[in-house]
Design a protein around this ligand. Structure first.
Ligand code: TYD
Length: 140
């Protein structure tokens, strides 16, 4: 079982030239899992908060493809905040971590690479249930 200190900012590296940058994401190369799903959050109104859930099995790489936002991660004991604003970096969120997302800048795009297809039964949407799950399963 993972805690927030297992969730880290990862350098994706970039191919730079004067006409712009390219960052490449490849299964099991600079992404340590098979990408089964890609989605992105956009047109998020200023002041809106998202997230507010955990996952039993899903792991994700989060990239600020444009703009900036903040992920607040919580393992039931510790919290850690990550400000994302660099498309050449990703936040690796391990399974079993509660997340809140806040502070979306105007026009921001939150790109998510996910280890599993969408499955509502992998979500823990109730915080008390999340804490119970962590207490029942995790030695932090
Ligand atoms: P959710 O993951 O709760 O959004 P966020 O964490 O960004 O606040 O998803 C919001 C809604 O979108 C929810 O009703 C489920 C749906 N959804 C899908 O149908 N497929 C997906 O791959 C995702 C990520 C969400």
């Amino acid at each position: 079982m993972y805690n927030v200190w297992d969730c880290k900012i990862v350098d994706l590296s970039k191919v730079h030239n004067e006409a712009g940058n390219i960052t490449v994401l490849e299964n099991n190369k600079n992404i340590p899992f098979d990408i089964k799903r890609i989605y992105y959050l956009y047109d998020v109104p200023m002041g809106a908060d998202r997230g507010g859930h955990g996952h039993y099995d899903l792991q994700q790489y989060i990239v600020a493809a444009s703009g900036s936002f903040t992920f607040v991660l919580d393992d039931g004991v510790n919290k850690n905040e990550f400000f994302l604003n660099d498309p050449s970096k990703a936040l690796h969120i391990q399974p079993g971590i509660w997340r809140e997302i806040k502070g979306f800048s105007s026009g921001s795009i939150c790109l998510v690479l996910a280890s599993h297809e969408y499955n509502e039964s992998d979500y823990i949407r109730d915080y008390d249930e999340f804490i119970k799950y962590k207490n029942d399963t995790q030695i932090i």
